[in-house]
Design a protein around this ligand. Structure first.
Ligand code: ADP
Length: 219
């Protein structure tokens, strides 16, 4: 079931942008911060923005937080308060609790407490940008596991006008092009008879090794 109502606790840069994006996508968002200015900034932009201490159980109960589908703890300036808030959300029975960790140890503590998803925004963004900087055609990637990933690559001019049969990534490298994104639209599951054009975006799935080899030798 897709979550419909979110509570975002901590309206700093991360929490605020996450909350705004959820609103943009049409979800209901309750934002909580104990900093008056941060709440004021978000008052007109979120379904509700409330000034409160998220570690205060009675306040959280009175806000009806337990009825919401997903709680995001975006407190990055105080590990203790982040942990207390995560515990409280779990105890109140929020179905899905996501928390931002500021260090590995903080992340481990959150996982041990049963937080459903721990995220490391700064670390992950650093890794992502490093990948993009060293791989010129790489637009984005998703790590599927330690060994497998999906990447989005721009089609280089050397592949312009070639069919997937000619590129033959599956036989040559062991990875597959699963979608092509171009101005006219997206081709999902392209066939051997689809053509690549410079500037198109190809979505490739495979082992890290196979994709790295494809990037090095062909792209
Ligand atoms: P970022 O790095 O994403 O900008 P910050 O860590 O600076 O995030 O911001 C965290 C936010 O969480 C701050 O706005 C702070 O006021 C808020 N916050 C911290 N502790 C609590 C708490 N117990 N209850 C509510 N809000 C809190």
């Amino acid at each position: 079931m897709k979550a419909q109502q979110f509570v975002v606790i901590g309206l700093g840069r991360f929490g605020a942008s996450l909350a705004l994006e959820l609103m943009e996508k049409g979800f209901e968002v309750l934002g909580i911060d104990h900093n008056e200015e941060r709440v004021e900034e978000m008052t007109d932009k979120l379904t509700h923005a409330v000034m409160a201490d998220a570690t205060d159980e009675s306040v959280m109960r009175s806000l009806g937080v337990r009825n919401l589908d997903c709680g995001i703890v975006a407190i990055g300036d105080n590990m203790e308060r982040s942990i207390l808030t995560a515990i409280l959300l779990k105890e109140l029975g929020v179905k899905m609790v996501v928390a931002k960790a500021i260090s590995i140890l903080h992340g481990r503590a959150l996982e041990k407490l049963g937080v459903d998803r721990v995220i490391f925004p700064e670390r992950d963004m650093g890794i992502r940008v490093a990948h993009q900087l060293v791989t010129p055609h790489l637009l984005d990637y998703i790590e599927l596991s330690k060994d497998y990933k999906i990447v989005e690559l721009t089609v280089p001019s050397c592949m312009d006008g070639k069919s997937l049969a000619e590129i033959n990534t599956r036989a040559k490298y062991g990875c597959s092009i699963i979608a092509l994104n171009r101005e006219g639209g997206i081709i999902v599951a392209p066939t051997a008879h689809d053509y690549l054009y410079a500037g198109d975006i190809m979505v490739v799935i495979g082992s890290n090794e196979s994709i790295d080899q494809f990037e090095e030798e062909a792209v």
